[in-house]
Design a protein around this ligand. Sequence first.
Ligand SMILES: NC(=O)C1=CN([C@@H]2O[C@H](COP(=O)(O)OP(=O)(O)OC[C@H]3O[C@@H](n4cnc5c(N)ncnc54)[C@H](OP(=O)(O)O)[C@@H]3O)[C@@H](O)[C@H]2O)C=CC1
Ligand SMILES: O=C(O)[C@@H]1CCC=N1
Length: 280
Amino acid sequence: MDGAGESLPTKDLLVGFIGAGKMAFAMSRGFLRAGLVKANNITVSDPSPQIRQEFKELGVNIAEDNREVVNRSQLIVLSVKPNVVKPVLKEVSSVISKHNIVVSIAAGVKLATIEELLPTGTRVVRVMPNTPVLVQAGAAVVAPGSSADPRDSELVVELLRSVGMCEQGNEKLLDAVTGLSGSGPAYAFAAIEAMADGGVKMGLPRDLAIKLAAQTMLGAAKMVVETGKHPGQLKDEVCSPAGTTISAIHVLEKNGFRGSLIDAVEAATTRARELGQQNA
Ligand SMILES: NC(=O)C1=CN([C@@H]2O[C@H](COP(=O)(O)OP(=O)(O)OC[C@H]3O[C@@H](n4cnc5c(N)ncnc54)[C@H](OP(=O)(O)O)[C@@H]3O)[C@@H](O)[C@H]2O)C=CC1
Ligand SMILES: O=C(O)[C@@H]1CCC=N1
C-alpha cells in the first residue's frame, strides 16, 4: 500500500477479527458467502481452542494473538465484548499504523474512547451490525471516526452491503440503532417462537408451525421493504371487517403489544448508553 487514506479495494482486502465469537462468525461467514472477501484473506484471534477450530473449518487464518491479527490485516474488526475493547486496544495500539482501518462493532463504546487509546490519526469506524449478516439479510449503520477518510466508511458500507442493508449515520444514532436492529433479531426470534407456540396450541405440528411463523415474518418484512407502503396500511389490508385478524389485533392492543416493543427498543438503547459510560 502506498499511504494512509488510499482507497482499498474490497477484492484482496485483508480483514481481521479480534474476538471470534458469534458476531465475528456471522460476519466472516457472510463475507465469504457474498464472495467479497477470500477465506485466506481473513485472520481471527480468540482465546478459545474450540472457537479457533470452528473458524479453521471456515478456511480462515488463525492468529497466535491479537497483535498478529493487526499485522496481517488492513481492516481490523474489534468483535470482543464492550468491556474487553479497552484492554485489547492497549495490547494492539503499538502495532496499529496509518494503513489500518479499525472497525468497532461493540455496543455502546464510543469512537472517542477508541481513538483515545490508538495512535493519533488512526482511521476508526464504528458500526452496529446484526446477526442476519450471516444470511445476507443484515441491517447496519456505519459512523466514521474523526480521522476516517470518507473512503474508509464507504469501504465498510460496501462490505456490509454485501451482506444486507447498510446506511451511514452520525454516531449519536448508534445506541438507538443497537436497540432497534442490533438487538432486534432477538425480538423477532422470540415473536416467531411465540407465534409457533400459538399454532401448536391450536393443533399444528411444531415443525410446520415454526416454518409458517418464520415465513410469515419474512414475507411481511419483504412487503414493507419492496412495496414501500406504510406498515399500518399493510396491516389494514389483512384485517377484513369483522374478520379473524382484527380480533387478534384487538387482543394484541389490549395486552400492550406495541408498547412492549417500544419499551424493548428503549431498554436496549438505554443499556447501550450504560455500556458506553461503563467502558469509557
Ligand atoms: N451478538 C450480536 O448479535 C451482536 C453483537 N455486537 C457486538 O459485537 C461484539 C461481540 O459480540 P458477540 O460476538 O455476541 O460476543 P461473543 O462473546 O460471542 O464473542 C466475543 C469473543 O471474544 C473473545 N475474547 C475475549 N477476550 C478476548 C481477547 N482479549 N482477545 C481476543 N478475543 C477475546 C471471547 O472469548 P471468551 O468467550 O472465551 O471470553 C469471545 O469468543 C460485542 O461488543 C457486541 O456488543 C454487535 C451487534 C450484534
Ligand atoms: O446484546 C448485546 O449487547 C449485543 C449488542 C447488540 C446485539 N447483541
